[in-house]
Unconditional design. Sequence first.
Length: 190
Amino acid sequence: MAVTTWKTDPAHTDIQFSAKHMMVTTVRGKFASVEGTVLLDEADPAASSGTFSVDAASLNTGVEQRDGHLRSADFLDAATHPTITFTTSAVEPRGGDDYRVTGDLTIRDITREVTFEVAFLGLYVGMNGARRAGFHATTKLNREDWGLTWNVALETGGWLVGKEIRLEIDVALEEAAAAVSQPGAVATAA
């Protein structure tokens, strides 16, 4: 069976993050600009792969001053490191529609291995006749692993910004084209 190529649908793809603020409250935000390509093997999902890139400056928490600080050299340094990338290295079926997807996450030119818990949400045909697929992924990161170490000690103990970042991602994909999986096979457009 052929491997098919899928592209992210930016209007229906969300990358949300959250972190503790002052040890008690939670700050949430999202990245508005993400692009990705997935090579999907429906017969053998473990053979699938993908690459994604996020515009670091597209970060938005709803507070302009905080967003500027998060884009600054204290955190993402979006002017120097404009792109955050993720490239899969392994897809492990976990039963049913659940998978564990491992890959290399690069932030500020620092690459670390990250594993996402991923749920396949299904396939459908979009308004334009193209096949579409949906996935939901979650993980937790220690921001300091990527050099995001800025912080302020609180007088009462603890830190202004928590180290743990939670990511919750909803990815909508649209089938772009079929790739040839065997020499001599003919690819067809969907």
